[in-house]
Design a protein around this ligand. Sequence first.
Ligand SMILES: Cc1cc2nc3c(=O)[nH]c(=O)nc-3n(C[C@H](O)[C@H](O)[C@H](O)COP(=O)(O)OP(=O)(O)OC[C@H]3O[C@@H](n4cnc5c(N)ncnc54)[C@H](O)[C@@H]3O)c2cc1C
Length: 369
Amino acid sequence: MKSLSTEILVIGGGAAGLSAAAEAAAAGAKVLVAESDLHLGGQLVKQTHKFFGSKDEYAGTRGFKIADILLSEIDSCKENVEIHTNTTITGFYPEDGIFTAMRGEEKFFHISAKKTIVATGAQERLIPFPNNDLPGVYGAGAVQTLMNVYGVVPGKRVLMVGAGNIGLIVSYQLMQAGVEVAAVVEAAPRVGGYWVHAAKIRRMGVPILLRHSIKKAVGDQVITGAYITALNDRFEPVGEESYMDCDVICIAVGLSPTTEILSQAGCGMMYVPQLCGLVARRDRTMRTSNPDFFTAGDASGIEEASAAMVEGRIAGLSAASSLGYPTEHGKLDEYWGRLQALRSGEAGARICQGLECVLVNRWEDVSNG
Ligand SMILES: Cc1cc2nc3c(=O)[nH]c(=O)nc-3n(C[C@H](O)[C@H](O)[C@H](O)COP(=O)(O)OP(=O)(O)OC[C@H]3O[C@@H](n4cnc5c(N)ncnc54)[C@H](O)[C@@H]3O)c2cc1C
């Protein structure tokens, strides 16, 4: 079986992985980026809206344009970067220090690396309800990919489940594409996403029904409608169900970090609700309890692309520095300053609480990872 080797393996070519690769390669390290998808950019390539955040992290620029900026940065040190798209890292075998990789569905090979940055992003959560396996029930990420990458609308009338930023932004993008959004149902007593996104879709006539959820999808071969229900403060259905015509039910109820490779590498893991799931403990350099593994982006806790990019830069800088490549003095502190600025709002306070559980000052002081 073919084998590749590299100094730094970056798993995932999204906001975090591309930033990590750019930073490590600029420091002089040889980097291999493995990305499952056919193209680089991760979630960024689907995002047609202008980003919030800070100027350093391209606030005011559309997501797919940010991906282009990161790719041109990588291009400027291309002699140090090997890109493998359509390539999934399927596992890590600690006894041999080998990654198994699959290109397409037929080519298999091994990769060995001195250091690894796991920037595998997140997985969408789904919820159980009768008939949720009928064609027409989508995750919000799939709807975004269909519309914004392939130019295909998923249907004519959508029921959106979830009023976090993803549910709100995808609702708006559906309407921009000429699709009607019947309603957004949200189990919580308040909208989870930014007020500005909620206001925009309310102005376009879409009701956001708080303390409501989907009860059941209706249809024979495909979705033709849905029953929704009000919820009490224990999230139990109350009152009469109401019926809504729709041919698409879009689920946007949150993300969970994708961390299997970190677990396989024996990194100390912890379930942290504020970071939305199981994440690796890490120090300020994004190094995990396995000194050869770093983590960044949504894989290290669900946040935003802006934070993912800065964490990627920290991981890239630290991985290169751990191999002896000289890095600019003070850069780590500068990046932490940028992260702190991004984490200054209400959502940031929740992230900081979560980080208090997983951030380690010195691995030497920690007995069991
Ligand atoms: C609808 C929506 C709107 C958003 N709006 C904003 C916004 O306005 N501002 C903002 O800052 N953020 C926003 N975000 C969040 C932002 O997109 C994510 O936080 C960011 O993309 C995380 O970057 P990442 O690199 O960690 O993950 P991703 O971008 O998801 O990249 C991870 C990559 O890893 C690859 N991968 C996973 N497993 C493997 C494997 N085993 N082998 C190889 N490759 C693998 C995946 O294919 C993927 O390309 C939004 C997200 C969504 C969904």
